[in-house]
Design a binder for this molecule. Structure first.
Ligand SMILES: NC(=O)C1=CN([C@@H]2O[C@H](COP(=O)(O)OP(=O)(O)OC[C@H]3O[C@@H](n4cnc5c(N)ncnc54)[C@H](OP(=O)(O)O)[C@@H]3O)[C@@H](O)[C@H]2O)C=CC1
Ligand SMILES: CC(=O)[C@@H](O)[C@H](O)COP(=O)(O)O
Ligand SMILES: [Mn+2]
Length: 381
């Protein structure tokens, strides 16, 4: 079997580390060609020593010297964000797994796709910020972009072999997060620890807060809209607290297909790396002989205004989703730093959406520009 050369952008994060666990289980299938961190240089060095990549990158230049002193001679050290774009476009790479968080993942996605690379996309913010540009890049070969996000992987798995013009609805499931049953009054006192305590998934801090505000589901609706080239009125979210059904596709004959499994990201990561092949995995299975519940509830836009803001932003179009994304990143960071409260997060985002002009044309330059403006504003409102 020919090994696939993979590059893992963000190998020190939650998705990146799980991807390396998969490589550990399948050394015959995957060769790690490149890895990267922002500032977790010690973790990166451990990964270099175990996986012997040809390239290892630290984005934060402050840690370059520490790594340079210790880097084995077989691995070339790359430094800084510009070189991250080189890593995303390596000639020998078969798949680029983009597991960066936030806007930092957007340009690497663009460059990788422009270079004709296959991109396994965990970084949903890429599609939120620049879905229109990404869709133009992949219009001749949509298989260049494979979802890693569990819901989108589920939808892809339901869609295999199906005629795309027979899709009636994409139904994205949401756990509802840790505050699914909390009243608005209780939400006033939410702490950072409360918000980081996701009921079903262990993930990086930013996406965990997004799940707690349900912004994550808003971002995922936008992600599905671009990923599957589907109109917004054919996409809906439903709360499913067990996170066992990862999403559902309903077809025009009334039949619905759901993809199920215990909540683990290893399944969608492996599927994205091997698609359209299915490869054995040592992961938990559902136990069909013991009774378990699968329940559903409508989403509540009143208690979770971030979800409403995300849907309004994509309906508005233009630069609005990029403003939403940047303002959300800053609001989440400020919440994690205890500078604002949980209920301030949607307030900051709405204020940025109201104050900034979203009507310009969507280009790489205008997106970068509005991202910076929104970040600046979100620090002050
Ligand atoms: N975790 C999960 O289960 C899921 C995640 N996703 C999506 O996958 C993406 C990654 O999430 P997750 O793994 O949780 O995130 P983490 O925060 O755990 O990891 C992020 C990775 O990106 C690196 N990074 C952060 N900022 C920068 C930057 N400015 N420049 C270069 N590198 C940077 C980090 O380096 P360092 O370690 O040095 O900080 C780390 O390697 C997100 O878009 C998320 O929404 C989607 C579905 C599930
Ligand atoms: C694992 C994954 O894909 C996350 O995006 C997850 O969906 C978060 O859970 P929520 O459904 O609570 O947003
Ligand atoms: Mn998800």
């Amino acid at each position: 079997m020919k090994q696939k050369n993979i590059v893992i952008l963000g190998s020190t994060g939650s998705i990146g580390e799980q991807a390396l666990q998969i490589v550990r289980e399948h050394p015959d299938r995957f060769n790690v060609l490149g890895i990267s961190c922002n500032s977790s240089w010690q973790k990166l060095l451990e990964q270099v020593r175990e996986f012997h990549p040809r390239y290892a990158l630290v984005a934060n230049e402050q840690y370059a010297d520490e790594l340079d002193k210790r880097m084995p001679s077989e691995t070339e050290l790359l430094v800084g964000y510009e070189q991250l774009l080189d890593l995303a476009t390596l000639d020998d790479a078969d798949v680029i797994l983009n597991s960066l968080v936030g806007y930092s993942g957007f340009e690497p996605t663009i460059e990788a796709l422009k270079a004709g690379k296959k991109v396994a996309l965990a970084n949903k913010e890429s599609l939120v910020v620049g879905g229109e540009i990404i869709n133009e890049l992949i219009k001749d070969d949509r298989s260049q972009l494979i979802p890693v996000d569990s819901e989108h992987s589920a939808m892809l798995q339901c869609l295999v072999g199906e005629p795309l013009d027979k899709i009636e609805k994409l139904v994205i499931t949401a756990s509802g997060g840790p505050f699914r049953t909390w009243s608005k009054k209780q939400m006033r006192d939410i702490t950072v620890d409360d918000a980081l305590d996701h009921p079903n998934w262990s993930m990086g801090a930013k996406i965990t807060i997004d799940s707690a505000t349900m912004m994550n589901k808003g971002l995922e609706i936008i992600e599905a809209h671009w990923m599957f080239d589907m109109p917004l009125d054919k996409i809906e979210a439903v709360v499913h607290p067990q996170s066992v059904i990862h999403s559902v596709v309903t077809f025009t004959d009334g039949s619905s297909k759901a993809q199920m499994g215990p909540p683990t990201m290893k399944v969608p990561i492996l599927y994205a790396l091997t698609y359209p092949e299915r490869v054995a995995l040592d992961a938990p299975r559902l136990d069909w002989q013991s009774a378990f519940d699968l329940t559903f509830e409508p989403v509540d836009y009143d208690r979770f205004p971030c979800l409403r803001l995300a849907i309004e932003a994509i309906e508005e179009g233009g630069l609005a989703p990029a403003i939403l994304n940047a303002a959300n990143e800053i609001a989440v960071e400020r919440f994690l730093n205890k500078e604002i409260t949980y209920i301030d997060i949607p307030r900051v985002i709405e204020s940025c959406l109201d104050q900034l002009n979203n009507s310009g044309s969507v280009t790489l330059e205008s997106l970068k520009n509005i991202d910076q403006q929104a970040r600046k504003l979100a620090l002050t409102v």
